[in-house]
Design a protein around this ligand. Structure first.
Ligand code: SAM
Length: 479
């Protein structure tokens, strides 16, 4: 059987999709190749969020086509994922060596399409159509039967996005929100915990919107009605769990966290990526009462200016964002807060940008990912007239990066001498003599250790810091 090499660009969702495609191909008898130079099939799983991510994948394919295809004409080349979805056949027009283009709702067809191409039944295949009953597609992402050696795992809970932020291509590349059922997700998590997984990250484009559409929401609504109908009879016809009674109501996302929390042997729960709008009081309260939910929140703020937030269609104000951060820090002091920020959104004035700088000062993020605004095809922001010049975006990006790094450095240095709890994930990629883990508030920690530490929850005393990294020694318990 042929061997396949899959290279992934972009987010954890894409990593997860690549794992699922690899599992699907392994099940059909393919082997995994160590590099594109020895593979019979080369697949690039792509990202579209910014233009440079697209260019990287296109350049890579150009090199592969020019280099590898020249010597081994039988190699099959394919694009998968977000850029494949948004560009479709255009990719083959531009790179005629490409045989296969598979969109985000068709990953589960990869083996079938490769088979047709390898057997010479079809020459080129482009499939970016929507999949009917796409929850089934998500089910294909399960890695059933493929035991993991890792102590951490990602579990896809939903796909797609209905937020339509004006800068973002995701609703167009990933389609409408679709959620798996709580039972399905819990069953997958149980299976992973049975294989030794101790930390699960619930994954989705906007995880806090989990279950708001379709069956999960309806099931959650009837459960909430059943629970609260005796409290307030007038509210029992309310269509959503949030409105169905006087007591604090729970969104399907919080109900899902509660269900996963009950799994014995699971030590930590994380999730990514959420939307600040999704941090209602029920989620904040969950941080206060569910010990497995770690002290970390990634809240992509995008801008500190209300004017820009409105143009972006973010659905919250600066004041509301600060209120959420205050509430989270009140229920979980020491919680790690990280964010995404876009610099140079169309029409961003110096005053707007200063609002972002002052928000960063006020919140003191543990880290923030800064993105230079990149116009995306068919998004409303790309058509806005006042696009900023590249040099101005570069200059603001550098100013903001200095500020974020300076705050991060101070925050990380404050850990020196302190004891932190980490889950040891395995050897460090750069230095085999060291092992790596994350604190509950999501900071990377390295210390001299070995394979026997993998999977252990350990206390480590921090001795020094590097760039967004802590170094330490296993703590000695004083009796
Ligand atoms: N859940 C996140 C949210 O609340 O919007 C979206 C995750 S998105 C895949 C990752 C990040 O990419 C966004 O938070 C945003 O900062 C950045 N991003 C998205 N579209 C962008 C664009 N057109 N230009 C620059 N950065 C962008």
């Amino acid at each position: 059987m042929p061997s396949v090499y899959i290279k992934t660009y972009g987010c954890q969702m894409n990593e997860r999709d690549s794992e699922a495609v690899a599992a699907q191909l392994l099940a059909k008898g393919y082997s995994l190749a160590a590099s594109e130079h020895v593979a019979d099939v080369v697949l690039l799983n792509t990202c579209s969020v910014r233009d440079n991510a697209e260019q990287k994948a296109i350049n890579k394919m150009e090199n592969i086509a020019g280099d590898i295809r020249k010597n081994r004409p039988g190699v099959v080349l394919g694009f998968l994922g977000c850029m494949a979805q948004s560009r479709g056949k255009e990719l083959i027009d531009r790179l005629p060596d490409v045989d296969l283009v598979i969109g985000t709702q068709k990953f589960h067809r990869t083996a079938e399409y490769l088979d047709e191409i390898l057997k010479g039944k079809r020459d080129k295949i482009v499939d970016t159509a929507e999949e009917q009953g796409s929850e089934g597609t998500i089910r294909e992402h399960l890695l059933n039967g493929n035991a993991t050696k890792s102590v951490t795992a990602f579990v896809s809970i939903m796909q797609g996005c209905n937020q339509y932020c004006t800068f973002c291509i995701v609703p167009y590349t990933r389609g409408e929100e679709r959620s798996r059922s709580i039972e399905d997700i819990v069953a997958e998590c149980r299976q992973l915990v049975g294989q030794g997984v101790k930390e699960i990250t619930l994954l989705g484009q906007i995880v806090t919107s989990y279950g708001r559409r379709g069956d999960v929401w309806t099931a959650a609504a009837s459960e909430a009605r059943r629970r609260f109908s005796t409290d307030n009879a007038a509210d029992t016809k309310a269509p959503s769990p949030l409105r169905s009674a006087g007591a604090l109501q729970k969104t399907p996302f919080v109900q899902l966290i509660e269900a996963v929390h009950e799994i014995e042997g699971l030590e930590r729960i994380r999730f990514t990526s959420p939307h600040p709008k999704g941090y209602g009081d029920d989620l904040v309260e969950a941080y206060g009462r569910l010990p497995k939910l770690v002290e970390h929140g990634h809240l992509p703020v995008q801008s500190g200016s209300d004017r820009v937030l409105k143009l972006m269609h973010r659905g919250y104000t600066r004041a509301r964002f600060l209120e959420i951060i205050g509430k989270l820090r009140a229920v979980r002091p020491g919680i790690g807060i990280t964010s995404d920020i876009i610099v140079g959104f169309p029409g961003e004035t110096e005053e707007d940008f200063k609002q972002t700088l002052s928000l960063v000062d006020e919140v003191e993020f543990d880290n923030a990912y800064l993105f230079k605004y990149s116009p995306r095809k068919d998004t409303p922001a790309a058509a806005m007239l006042d696009q900023l010049p590249e040099e101005l975006i570069e200059e603001r990006h550098a100013r903001l990066l200095d500020r974020v790094n300076e705050i991060g450095r101070r925050k990380y240095e404050a850990f020196i001498g302190r004891q932190v709890q980490i889950l040891v994930e395995g050897p460090s990629k750069k230095n085999e003599a060291r092992v790596m883990g994350h604190t509950r508030c999501n900071k990377i920690v390295l210390f001299d250790g070995s394979e026997r530490h993998r999977g252990q929850i350990m206390d480590v005393r921090v001795t020094r810091t590097g760039s967004f990294t802590l170094y330490g020694d296993p703590a000695i318990v004083n009796l």
